[in-house]
Design a protein around this ligand. Structure first.
Ligand SMILES: Cc1cc2nc3c(=O)[nH]c(=O)nc-3n(C[C@H](O)[C@H](O)[C@H](O)COP(=O)(O)O)c2cc1C
Length: 394
């Protein structure tokens, strides 16, 4: 069991379905900070009561200081530019839990223009790259031949996630997202993530329009900054939207025409080629369509069990995205290369460093590499006090 080997109940419980996590979560320390139970989760009423009876320590401390938060995120003052990226924060209860645990940036899990189902359970496995240091190199033979995946969660934590970007209907997520924003404390920010949905029979123009329509729905919630995911497999097997920079540019133009001055962050996967990365930057940030990049998403690898058989059940699930400690060098590499391009091209886009942040030192390493903000998904799931520890260390 996940908590038996690591001693921690992650706030997204990998032993439950996505639907159960959506209904009952968060779990672990996030549940406790909201007046719920680590094992059984938390209800909306408990969250309401917890917020009425005791504002978070962090907010108290910030209010007592009454000074402006020290840093900013795309022009919005934040205490520490550190948080949780798109994915494990499924709804307002999760984002409120994250804020109360001191994560000053909380990205609301990627939403769509329509309800969208989740891949079958299980959605999260532990992964164990073969190298002595546990690092997985993108495009390596191991990614194609198979990485061991099982239920032995251990530290430093590396996992795979296979959800298929599920979404509630906008009638559900819009009011929930609005509540999530209202529950950000002083020096904290809720960042919505969205993406387009490709359905059978859709023309390229309709696909572009779907992105713009989703951005409009997000804008209606009052978002101050928003993130567009271009790094999930929606162009066919192992092909990502961010592998088609001209298409990304066209989509960004339509989105930007919809959202106006609201800063737009594009979420990128690891792009190994310097030329491809430069082209992407030129046709998006270089055209003023994009104000920042968040990178990286997961690294695609074939997952196998101890007998070498497909680890995740079902067709089309032989490969899955790997995240956590195994991908930190790749995340740092993308951040360094983006920072280099920013300087060389004289552009001023922001960089959100993501990938393998599991310890406070990782936050500082990403900042030194050029990241303006840093986020942790896998690391935070198993280290709910990570933001507090970074604040102590700074
Ligand atoms: C449970 C889970 C769900 C995720 N879902 C999304 C998602 O909906 N949209 C997205 O852009 N990234 C998603 N991601 C990817 C993360 O945002 C992040 O890019 C990736 O996990 C690498 O960071 P990490 O090493 O800190 O986990 C998800 C990650 C996890 C662990």
């Amino acid at each position: 069991m996940s908590e038996e080997t690591t001693g921690i109940t992650p706030f997204y419980d990998v032993d439950r379905t996505y639907e159960d996590n959506y209904r009952f979560g968060p779990f672990g320390a996030f549940a406790q900070t909201l007046g719920g139970d680590a094992k059984t989760g938390v209800s909306d009423d408990q969250v309401k009561r917890a917020l009425e009876s005791a504002p978070s320590d962090d907010n108290d401390a910030a209010a007592a200081n009454a000074t402006e938060p020290a840093e900013s995120f795309f022009g919005v003052p934040v205490d520490l530019p550190f948080g949780i990226p798109a994915g494990p924060l499924l709804n307002e209860r999760y984002t409120t839990g994250a804020f109360r645990m001191g994560f000053d940036l909380a990205v609301y899990k990627t939403v769509r223009s329509r309800a969208w189902g989740c891949n079958p359970f299980p959605n999260v496995l532990a992964v164990h790259p073969a190298s002595a240091d546990g690092i997985l190199t993108p495009g390596s033979a191991e990614c194609d031949e198979g990485v061991l995946a099982d239920h032995e969660f251990e530290t430093p934590i590396s996992i795979s996630n296979s959800f298929g970007v599920p979404s509630q209907d906008p009638d559900v997520w819009q009011p929930d997202m609005q509540r999530a924003m209202e529950r950000a404390g002083r020096g904290q920010l809720l960042v919505p993530s969205f993406q387009g949905s490709r359905v059978d029979g859709m023309t390229p123009e309709q696909y572009v329009a779907d992105h713009a329509a989703t951005a409009r729905l997000v804008l209606e919630t009052g978002a101050k900054v928003m993130e567009m995911n271009t790094s999930c497999p929606n162009e066919g097997h192992n092909r990502l939207l961010c592998h088609a920079p001209d298409q990304v540019s066209t989509i960004c133009e339509a989105v930007k025409n919809t959202i106006g001055d609201v800063p737009l962050i594009v979420k990128l996967a690891y792009l190994p080629s310097d030329d491809d990365l430069e082209y992407m930057v030129r046709v998006t940030a270089g055209r003023g369509l994009v104000q920042g990049f968040a990178t990286i998403n997961t690294i695609s690898a074939k997952l196998v069990d101890a007998k070498g058989a497909q680890a995740l059940p079902g067709a089309g699930r032989d490969r899955s995205g790997v995240c956590g400690a195994a991908i930190k060098p790749s995340g740092l590499d993308m951040v360094r290369r983006l920072a280099g391009l920013r300087e060389r091209l004289g552009l001023d886009f922001g960089i959100v460093g993501v990938g393998g942040v599991t310890e406070p030192a990782d936050y500082f390493e990403y900042r030194a590499a050029g990241a303006d903000a840093v986020m942790s998904a896998t690391g935070a799931m198993w280290n709910p006090d990570l933001a507090q520890r970074i604040k102590q260390a700074r």
